[in-house]
Design a protein around this ligand. Structure first.
Ligand code: PBE
Length: 315
């Protein structure tokens, strides 16, 4: 089912790509007399077009990710709040979304994606968030670590470490970029930890290691969470003696796993808004260990050359 959706998305990506490419070609011919194929030329083309032309060029599609992601719910809300009845939110995955973004940028075509920070894509490409005057995507978002009830008593060392764990978007970004550039996620996390022992020590100092106790973490295959979960797994195993299993699941099971106690913790809870639904449903069955990162963000993102500035411009 998921695979099918992803494939469909890739086929769509190809179609959108071809349509937008021919549109760009025309814009370039009329504004520059042809021959120029630089991003500037494309930007000029987009600059001459109205916001509704951007809508037509992208077939009124916002390229989303996995349906369980909070950003998908927020985007459905944005479509409603900003009166974007013509627009469709396309489901897929984080990987399919970044593949389509890469393709669009290489072809200098417009694209609108559901994006978030921290993410390597902001280092690799020149991107911008569309303004969100209605604050549909919230403000002051944080990533929290949440644990199952009872973890504190059952695994005090792991609990204390997870409770202390907090880092910056730049630190996460270093691991994300290494993975994006082809490094194995576990190796990228290990390399970062080994190069930043002062940070790792500040989370583990004075904790008593265990002897192979089993621990389960859950996460979703979002690039940000792949980075954090691999780091936690490495530190828990190499510094604190745990035998960690990291379960890659959909967003729903990530939350229900910890709420039911099948999973010990997740470091992928985006609050207060992105995962508000999950929190409202399961929060009482969970132990919130607080933010492991502050100042994170979600929203609609476009390449900088796309000549719109606000979600309102999509109308
Ligand atoms: N994200 C990344 C997730 C949380 C982490 C913003 C894509 C979401 O639920 O939307």
């Amino acid at each position: 089912m998921k695979l099918k959706t992803t494939r469909k998305l890739m086929v769509l990506a190809g179609l959108v790509g071809m349509l937008a490419l021919s549109a760009c070609g025309q814009a370039n011919n009329s504004t520059t007399g042809g021959g120029s194929n630089t991003p500037e030329a494309s930007a000029n083309g987009a600059g001459n077009s109205t916001a509704s032309a951007v809508g037509e060029q992208v077939d009124y599609e916002i390229i989303g990710i996995d349906p369980g992601a909070g950003i998908m719910k927020a985007t459905s809300q944005a479509i409603e709040t900003y009166g974007l009845a013509d627009w469709k939110l396309i489901e897929g995955s984080g990987a399919a979304m970044t593949a389509m973004l890469d393709k669009a940028i290489k072809a200098e075509e417009p694209i609108i994606i559901t994006g978030w920070t921290p993410h390597w894509m902001f280092a690799k490409y020149d991107l911008k968030y569309l303004e969100d005057p209605q604050k549909v995507y919230g403000e002051a978002e944080e990533i929290h670590t949440v644990a199952r009830k009872g973890l504190k008593e059952d695994h005090p060392t792991a609990y204390e470490f997870l409770d202390r764990f907090e880092w910056t978007s730049d630190e996460m970004g270093a691991i994300m970029t290494a993975i994006q550039e082809g490094q194995d996620p576990a190796e990228a996390a290990q390399a970062w930890a080994d190069a930043n022992t002062d940070r790792v020590d500040s989370w583990t100092e004075g904790l008593t290691p265990v002897d192979g106790d089993k621990l389960k973490l859950s996460y979703v295959a979002w690039d940000s969470e792949i980075a954090s979960t691999n780091l936690l797994e490495y530190v828990l195993e190499s510094k604190l003696g745990y035998d960690v299993e990291s379960l890659q699941v959909e967003a729903g099971p990530m939350w229900t796993g910890v709420a039911s106690g099948d999973v010990d913790a997740t470091a992928a809870a985006w609050l207060p808004l992105t995962h508000a639904d999950y929190w409202d449903k399961y929060g009482e069955q969970l132990d919130d260990l607080g933010a492991n990162m502050t100042g994170v963000k979600t929203g609609l993102v476009v390449p900088a050359y796309v000549n719109i500035g606000s979600i309102e411009d999509l109308k």
